[in-house]
Structures are given as C-alpha cells and as structure tokens.
Design a protein around this ligand. Sequence first.
Ligand code: SF4
Length: 61
Amino acid sequence: MAKVKIDENVCVGCGLCVNACPECFELSDNGIAVVTNPDCTSDSVKEVATQCPVDAISVED
Ligand code: SF4
C-alpha cells in the first residue's frame, strides 16, 4: 500500500496536488499542502508526485 508524504519545508503551496488529487491532499491554513490520506490508493497520486514543481511529494509502495 502506498505511503504518501509531503516535505513541508519544500512545498511552495502551488495547489497542483490538491487540485489533482483532492482525496489525498489539502491545503493547510499556512498555505502548505498536507496529506489527508497517507494510504491513498488513487492511481493519480504517483502522477501527481512527478508533477510537483519542487518535488516535495514522495510515494512509497
Ligand atoms: S504540488 Fe508540490 S508544491 Fe504544489 S502544493 Fe503540492 S506538494 Fe506543494
């Protein structure tokens, strides 16, 4: 099962991951994305990880 993480020191809050995969991510009050479901199994989550502009998302199988 996938383990999804965001490096909050790297995230710039662009919102891409939240828009692409709202079942896994949301933007916190400080404008940084957080993982709401670390076991997210959405097929799009790996795709989103490759699209993050600062490479802040990691997905472990
Ligand atoms: S795509 Fe990357 S930089 Fe953009 S909000 Fe998500 S984790 Fe942050």
